[in-house]
Design a protein around this ligand. Structure first.
Ligand code: 5AD
Ligand code: SF4
Length: 440
């Protein structure tokens, strides 16, 4: 009897990468491999890389250093690399010269090739590198090993056409391609049959979703809302320049679309927004927020903000703080600008000194955290419908879940609750990043 082989996948970066890792895991299981949490004893170690997060390169090459040691001692250890970094030629060149022992590399446009390439590596013991420069036709029907039973991520489009001047994504994920609505709906119907009650639709810019038959994102949401068993629909990310009136109406009319939006602003300064090629100004952004709040009272709003973009003056930064105070975000992902080689902003002259960037970052976080806490305090005394995600990691008989507005809520288990249950929780305490409550 042959011994069962195992795999481990380490995923860096965004939900898009998490979703790709689910596909890779599904393919490995179809090939007869079993998942393991212990990367160093696995037969196949996959590193799904990210180019967006800060210090991604350093961390990645550090991880490769660790893997090298294991690779030297074990013949049955296959190291596979994939994800956004593999779409960057300088990275591939460096791997080829400094880490020639890596067994398999594929990119973001040919995940479906992975089983064939792995077969070749294991059978022919020959290194496989296959990267496509851009995305071809979307491949449907790939297997998936889902992270959760009660909620799921669903890609609706791939790539990005926006070329924000700081961002590497258009170069690593290629041009926008939207899936056909019937393929998306079939996938969601199957998920619903399998017990999934919440779907998060994924795309770099879901607002510019448009299928070949002309279906818009708002129309797609309306169709998904008809799927029986799906109670909550979320999506990310929305680009303000493409947020349509039609989508605002969906927020007004379709209850299953959750009262929450992630709407990256990046900066509150019109000058910097222009230099970032964001194609909206602060006034337009604020008018969208107002319309959303009118259409869906109580909607929660989160954002992404970059501090220290080249040329950002103290005044520009103050504009960002002022915008944050005006919007009063529920939460925000804050980033310190860092150069991504190959993007236009990498060549901009007025790079901001690290010290100034860090100081601005700390000031921004302070403003954001104060807004988050103030927003969360408004929930005290309210009853919220919470979808249970499961037991808290640090135990103590506490459960964790999310409100419709994506607020994290912790409350004592009263027995019998399971992931995917909807329960009413009275909020008793507010923290910066979460709420505490009791079941009623
Ligand atoms: N520097 C800092 N933050 C960045 N982001 C993207 N590229 C960069 C960069 N070069 C941030 C943006 C984006 C989020 C996913 O990452 O805010 O919305
Ligand atoms: Fe990057 Fe801008 Fe595309 Fe978002 S919209 S992925 S920030 S280029």
């Amino acid at each position: 009897m042959s011994e069962t082989k195992t795999f481990n996948i380490q995923t860096f970066g965004c939900q898009m990468n998490e979703r790709d890792s689910e596909t890779i895991a599904g393919m490995l299981e179809e090939m007869g491999y079993l998942p393991t949490d212990d990367r160093d004893s696995a037969n196949v170690a996959v590193i799904n890389t990210c180019s967006v997060r800060e210090h991604a390169d350093e961390r990645f090459f550090g991880t490769l250093g660790q893997l090298k040691k294991i690779h030297e001692t074990r013949d049955d250890f296959v190291v596979c690399l994939c994800g956004c970094m593999m779409q960057q030629q300088p990275v591939i060149d460096r791997i080829k010269t400094k880490f020639p022992w890596v067994d398999l590399i594929f990119g973001t446009h040919n995940i479906e090739a992975f089983p064939r390439l792995l077969e070749k590596v294991t059978r022919e013991k020959e290194r496989q590198i296959e990267i496509l420069p851009d995305g071809g036709a979307i491949v449907e029907g790939l297997p998936s090993h889902r992270l959760y039973r009660h909620k799921a991520f669903v890609n609706i489009m791939f790539g990005c056409n926006n070329f924000c001047t700081y961002c590497i994504v258009p170069y690593t994920r290629g041009r926008e391609r939207s899936r056909r609505p019937q393929d998306i709906l079939r996938e969601i119907e199957m998920l619903a049959c399998d017990g999934v009650c919440e779907v998060t639709l994924l795309g770099q810019n879901v607002n510019s979703y448009r299928s070949e038959d002309g279906t818009s994102f708002a129309q797609l949401l309306q169709e998904i809302a008809k799927v029986e068993g799906i109670e909550r629909i979320r999506f990310m990310t929305s680009h303000p320049k493409d947020l349509s009136e039609e989508l605002i109406e969906v927020y007004r009319d379709v209850d299953k679309v959750c009262g929450n939006i992630h709407l990256p602003v990046q900066s509150g300064s019109d000058r910097i927004l222009k230099a970032m090629n964001r194609r909206y100004d602060a006034a337009r952004y604020l008018s969208l927020i107002e319309k959303l709040r009118r259409a869906r009272p109580g909607i929660t709003i989160s954002t992404d903000i970059i501090v220290g973009f080249p040329g950002e003056t103290e005044e520009d930064f103050e504009d960002t703080l002022a915008l944050c105070r005006e919007v009063k975000y529920d939460s925000a992902f804050t980033f310190i600008y860092s150069v991504r080689q190959g993007t236009p902003a990498a060549g901009y002259k007025e790079q901001i000194p690290e010290e100034i960037k860090h100081r601005r970052f700390d000031r921004l976080v302070e403003v954001i955290n104060a807004c988050s806490l103030a927003r969360n305090r408004q929930y005290i005394g309210r009853v919220e419908c919470v979808m249970v995600d499961g037991a808290d990691k640090n135990g103590g008989g506490m459960l964790g879940g999310r409100t419709d507005g994506f607020k994290q809520v912790h409350f004592p288990a009263s027995g019998g609750e399971k992931a995917g249950d909807f329960v009413d929780v009275k909020i008793t305490e507010a923290k910066t990043f979460s709420l505490l409550g009791e079941r009623i």
